[in-house]
Ligand binder design. Sequence first.
Ligand SMILES: NC(=O)c1ccc[n+]([C@@H]2O[C@H](COP(=O)([O-])OP(=O)(O)OC[C@H]3O[C@@H](n4cnc5c(N)ncnc54)[C@H](O)[C@@H]3O)[C@@H](O)[C@H]2O)c1
Length: 329
Amino acid sequence: MNVLVIGGAGYIGSHCVRQLIEAGHNPVVLDNLVYGHKGALLPSVKFYCGNLDDPVLVGKILDDEKIDLVMHFAAYINVGESVRDPIKYYRNNVCGVVSLVETMLNHGVKKFVFSSTCATFGIPAKLPLVEDMPQHPINPYGQTKLDVENFLKNCARAYGLNSVAFRYFNASGAAEDGSIGEDHKPETHLIPLAIFAAMGKGPSLKIFGEDYKTPDGTCLRDYVHVDDLSRAHIAAFDKLNGDGMFLHYNLGTGTPNSVLEIIKGVEDVSGLKVPYEIAPRRPGDPDALFADSTKAKTELAWKIKYTNVRDIIATAWKWHKNNPEGFKD
Ligand SMILES: NC(=O)c1ccc[n+]([C@@H]2O[C@H](COP(=O)([O-])OP(=O)(O)OC[C@H]3O[C@@H](n4cnc5c(N)ncnc54)[C@H](O)[C@@H]3O)[C@@H](O)[C@H]2O)c1
């Protein structure tokens, strides 16, 4: 299939582009490079620099490249920033998608894959999180993702759009060959931050709270490898053949790990000490978040390759050790 990957120069999108090529598809990337890296893309991948809400540019790409399906990774992702500046988040994460879907429909493209998040659930009443549990996001970032999920449902009924939303838990790790990996600026994710602390880059790691209702007092999260996420996306392509549908899947390993376990994992994998300090809790951090991904495993035959978080950390370590400053662009 000819696939337009929007946000394909970002962390998850760039890994997905590699998986698409491996699976025999033909990805084309659109990214405005606000947060992405040209260096994350193989030189053979056709790249357009621009905004997803530019109907002229997007329409031309859809036509010229004979696009069958659009994958959307191009959101802003910083929860704290979304609280401070919700307009930035609603404009890009919601209005941007409305504009994009309108352009797709105007150009006859009706297959859409959307990156959603476990943050749409808010504070879970029960664990593990199953797809149809109530969604009550507690920050603007999570709300923008839920708004788009609901928008896509309406577009299925109104215009026959076929879409799938994947609710990722904690995307982590890097390409097995170490060629690409995570390079967010600023970085907010635990595994890279623990690795940076171990490498002596920046201050010591902050653990936000050690009095949660978990075995070691630190928060439990579900770390899922970025290549496993990408494979689930590709497995869903064949499902998007109806006359208007909205599918949704939770993607996680189902095995939670605590902050202290991640630190220990980084220490074991790297052979370095991770200096850390205990900081106050952050408002809104649930004790634990982990997925029940039975639906994706059953309906998409999704198989998780990285079931052990140490193996995920090892891929991240390989990337960061060889690229301490991230991508060169
Ligand atoms: N990283 C995670 O743990 C995680 C967890 C849950 C959900 N998600 C979702 O996955 C998606 C990808 O996350 P990521 O970590 O790869 O983020 P990222 O910031 O690395 O990648 C996003 C890419 O989109 C591009 N972009 C942003 N706005 C754009 C626009 N208007 N037009 C064109 N390009 C634009 C950026 O330049 C960047 O390359 C996001 O939608 C995010 O909400 C991520």
